[in-house]
Structure formats: C-alpha cells, structure tokens
Design a protein around this ligand. Sequence first.
Ligand code: PLP
Length: 423
Amino acid sequence: MRRVYMDANATTPLLPEVMEAMRPYWMERFGNASSIHLHGQQARAAVDRARETLAEFFNCHAAEVVFNSGGTEGDNTAICGLLRAGDHFVTTSIEHSAILEAAQRLADKGIETTFVAPLPSGLIDPEEIRRAIRPETRLVSVMLANNETGVLQPIEKIGEITRAGGAFFHIDAVQGAGKVNLDVRRFGCHLCSISAHKMHGPKGIGAMFVRRGTPIEPLLVGGSHERRRRAGTENVPGIVGLAKAAELAMQSLEDGTIPRLAGLRDRLEAGILKIPGTGVNGAAIPQVLGAPSLPSAAADSSGKGGNHQTSTGPVSEEGCNPVPRVANTTNIWFDHLEGEVLVIALDLKGVAVSGGSACHSGATEPSHVLMAMGLDKTRARASLRFSLLRTATEADVDYVLQVVPEAVEHLRALSPVAAGTLG
Ligand code: PLP
C-alpha cells in the first residue's frame, strides 16, 4: 500500500544530508565540547560552526544563540526565566501547551496571565495585545505560526506594541522556522524558540535566540555551558544536525521550494473542498469585521525581508480577505464526521494526518485552538490538519485526493446524522 505522510507539523524525518552531517559526531568525533584534548576541540569547533549557522538563521550574533532540547524547553525558559511574583504575562489562547501550561504553573506563584483570544480567522489582533498590556507586564509571548491552522501572526506589529509597552517579547517560532524567513531584528523580539525536528532535523534539540542583555535565568543549572544560560553537556550530534537542517531550510526559502509546496497545498485544499460540507479553518477574514491589515511579513513581496513565498489562504466567501499561512498547512472541517474516525480510516489507506482533538488525561478534547477561533465542539472534532513535508510530491497529493473523498463518503453513509435521520 502507498504511504503518504501529511503530518509534518507533528514531526519530520531527517533529510539524508542531516543524517550524514551528524554521523561522525556519534562515532569517531564523540568528544565532550568542554574537554581540552583533541576530541574536545573537534566537538567545540563543530558547536561553534553550528552556532554561526544558527546566527545566520535567526539573523543575530552567534553569542545570542543558546542550544537547548527543543521548543518545549525554549518556551518554558522564556516564561520561567523571566517572570517573577507580581509580574503580569500576556499570551494568546492559541499557543502550544508548552506556553499555556507553563503559564498555569506560574499562576500558583502569583504571576497573572492574560490570554488574548484570536479572531475567527485565527489571527491575533495586535490591538488586543495592546489592550492587554499593563504597567506590570514583563513578558508577551506570541507564536509565529499556529501548529494547527498554519496561520501566521502579525508579530512585527505585536513586537512594536510590546516594546512600546516596556515588556520583553518572546516568539514561539517552532512552526514558522524553515517555512518563512526568521529575522529576529525585524521581528523586534528578545527571545525566539525553534525546534529541529519540525524542519527535517533530529528530535530533542533546538535553539533559542536570546537578545544580548535580556536578563533571563537559566532553567537548568550545573555548569557553565552556553554562557551559563543552559547547563548540560552539549548534544553535539544534535547541534550539528540542527545546523544542517537550518542550512537546508535557508536554501529552501530561496530555491522555489516554498511556492511549490504552497501550490501542492492549494491543490490539495481545493480538491478536498469539492466534497460537500467542508471548509477551511483559518482561511479568511470577513471584511465586515473591520479586520486588521495583513501582517507585513506576508504582505511584503520584496525578497529576503518578506514572506512572499508564503501562500495565503483561499478567499472562501465574497468579501473576505485571505489570511497569511505557512505554505504546508491546511486545516479542514468535514460536517457530520468525527475527525478521529476519519484519521483512522485514512491511516488504514496509508495516509497520515492529525485530527482537531488532543488526548488529555485519557479523554479526547476538541482542539483549544479551533475552539478559541469560535468553532463549536462538533465542528472542532470534525476537523483535520493536513501538513505537507518539504519533500511532498504531486503524486502524494493525487493519492490523498483519491482516498479522502472515498473515506468521507463511506463514513458519512454510515452516519445517521449525515443521512439526515437525526436532523
Ligand atoms: N511550540 C509549537 C508551536 C509546537 O508546534 C511544538 C511542537 O509541536 C512545540 C512548541 C514543542 O516543540 P518540541 O516538540 O521541540 O518540544
């Protein structure tokens, strides 16, 4: 049976070049980067080279790059490393649980959080961030791209507002990295977290941009690694793999990969939308709502500075503006279906996607992101995320477009609601 993996926002496989770059650092170049002898020097040189690559990736100084274990650690470090009792924290209700649960934990320590809700389009209105900031706000944290909808947030504007409010700004760029240009200077942030495994690098390794002078306390102590910002023997193979993945991602932002991917995603989306009772979550801003202008990152078509390669969502109704999204993601609801059941049916046909629900303590809960966008529980549960690998092909899309309509038709035929017997 053919297998098509369309769950890249969950994780991605290593590209062969990444595997090859890492290989010597498991074996003959196994040294500890803190050792003085030759083995240590080889490891240290590899870490230093990787730091230079990451500095290029973030557009920052090498000294501002901190290697860590990935997105969860970066998000936790930003929150737990900056906030103290009495501080106020502003974030959004559509963040990853690494942000949301860290905020919950700090509530017990007297740190209050304001969660800004998105517009129905999935966009955060920067003016809502402005309204949430108070004199005691120390940190604002907003994601670059949402993991479920792919919607890109107007982070430059949010950065401007945050700085004017006198707070620090953290960006969870885990789902944006490798899909749009990162430029922490343009974003105006103090902290920015990324993770290798979302961009064809290894799992358990990531990096954080920490702007010079940002008074962040380390999460882990016990050594002088990473200029005392993150203790622990460096994961040298992981760091080398992350750097290779970042290098390849930078190339793919320039070589036409992203428009190609956006074209595949758009064809997939248009094909699925031919099925009656379907629609895209995070696709359009109704103009009547007086929606904010598009994030400048997506509106800009002038090369490196902008995300011109990022396809926008379809104009689903008359009078709607498309919302900027990363090129590889679409999130689609299917009326009269249980998303989990469709995920299983597609898996049996060799297609891997994710549902709009998450398992919390053994119970399946509808996605907090889709619910925050105003979907009811039924529609949130009836939503699927298709996220394409950078290496996706036309044949992958053809296969998914063959399998999805058949599976939907089959499942709906079994559903009393779809058949109209329950109204
Ligand atoms: N932030 C976002 C937006 C994510 O999508 C994820 C992973 O899904 C994370 C953070 C956590 O990253 P990691 O898996 O590297 O801990």
